[in-house]
Design a protein around this ligand. Structure first.
Ligand code: NAD
Ligand code: TYD
Length: 352
């Protein structure tokens, strides 16, 4: 049996592929465009492993996707591929519309054609799992209850609006064509192989490089952090047992203000890799201009996934963040490779 993963050279997709093949011999076809965020270095441990087939392609290339589906006959497609960084979507929304909306549409069309040609058990067992975000629900007031699956869609950034559009397309393909879909909406992930443009890996990277740790606005915005391996286990659960057409929120029950996250990172780094002048990394914290339209608070209520499918995160924020810092300290060569070239251009543009 075979599954097809899109975006499997990115942060979450890459972790998912590694995690999948650590527990199963089921083959993975990994389709990725290798944008700035795609990095085959993360999958080096699979070199020469016949269970992993990498295909350099765009989810929007319908002919190529159709040919791949015909060749490999996957029993499931898991769609991780996306443009994923809010700040980049503010500088240039075009790619977000192209990949997250038009790309998902083309992928759905290719999937519909393939699934339409399946028969019997293969058709009944087929699944299309779409990986989405809690950002589609918009921003919460400080005392408001966490997002449930019933929360209305109120996306505020070009990124979240493009993901919301993709969720609607996925939903419509189930409702109209009966395509067997599942959607997951998860909170902010963190962990190994996270590209250092996002808060946690950026702060670790800048701290070690002696650079400022940029906090947007007052740093009191709240995110709900999920260790990436817990996200992977949730996706496996939903793929195995989720009800067709349903959406599942995935979160780690870890609401933290950005400034507290950065303080925690500094404290762990002070302990594991103290600065040579014995000062705390906290002295590098710098408050910078706020993000336009910055969402104040995200919080996920993951009780449906817990109640219906028996999933629970294995990590607390305290255990997960320590593992993450340890991983970055032990994998500085990975960081060196991804922060050369275009990464520098982005940092100059964003933090000038
Ligand atoms: P990422 O930016 O690290 O990786 C995205 C991957 O998709 C890259 O490998 C990139 O090369 C690939 N890709 C981009 N456009 C493509 C295209 N047109 N065709 C094929 N491949 C393409 O993103 P991530 O953090 O791993 O996120 C994965 C998914 O999870 C996304 O759909 C994202 O919206 C969602 N998500 C992420 C988070 C988070 O905290 N990172 C939270 C919630 C939801
Ligand atoms: P990010 O990791 O970009 O994820 P998202 O915007 O999808 O939640 O940002 C997490 C939070 O950290 C968000 O509130 C913005 C903030 N942030 C900073 O304060 N400084 C930074 O340099 C970055 C990248 C993010």
């Amino acid at each position: 049996m075979t599954i097809l993963v899109t975006g499997g050279a990115g942060f979450i997709g890459g972790n998912f592929v590694l995690d999948w093949l650590a527990q199963s011999d089921e083959k993975v076809i990994n389709l990725d465009k290798l944008t700035y965020a795609g990095n085959l270095d993360s999958l080096r441990s699979l070199d020469g492993d016949a269970r992993h087939v990498f295909v350099h392609a765009d989810i929007g290339d319908r002919e190529k996707v159709e040919a791949l589906l015909a060749e490999h006959q996957p029993r499931a497609i898991l769609n991780f591929a996306a443009e994923s960084h809010v700040d980049r979507s503010i500088h240039g929304p075009g790619e977000f519309i192209q990949t997250n909306i038009v790309g998902t549409f083309n992928l759905l069309e290719a999937t519909r054609a393939y699934w339409g040609g399946l028969e019997g058990e293969a058709k009944a067992a087929f699944r299309f799992l779409h990986v989405s975000t809690d950002e589609v629900y918009g921003s919460l007031e400080p005392q408001a209850p966490a997002f449930t699956e019933q929360h209305r869609y109120e996306p505020n950034s070009p990124y979240s609006a493009s993901k919301a559009a993709s969720d609607h397309l996925v939903r419509a393909y189930h409702h109209t064509y009966g395509l067997p879909v599942l959607t997951t909406n998860c909170s902010n992930n963190y962990g190994p192989y996270h590209f250092p443009e996002k808060l946690i890996p950026l702060v670790i990277h800048n701290a070690l490089a002696g650079k400022p740790l940029p906090i947007y606005g007052d740093g009191q915005q709240i995110r709900d952090w999920l260790y990436v391996k817990d996200h992977c286990s949730a996706i496996r659960r939903v793929l195995e047992s989720g009800t067709l057409g349903e959406t599942y929120n995935v979160g780690g029950w870890n609401e933290k203000a950005n400034l507290d996250v950065v303080h925690t990172l500094c404290a762990i780094l002070d302990e594991l890799q103290p600065r040579s002048d014995a000062q705390s990394y906290k002295t590098q914290i710098t408050f910078v201009k706020d993000r336009p339209g910055h969402d104040k608070r995200y919080a996920i209520d993951a009780s449906k996934l817990e109640r219906e499918l028996g999933w629970k995160p294995a990590e607390t924020f305290e255990t997960g963040i320590r593992k993450t810092v340890q991983w970055y300290l032990a994998n500085q060569d990975w960081v060196q490779n991804v922060t050369s070239g275009n990464y520098r251009n982005w940092v100059e543009k964003q933090y000038a």
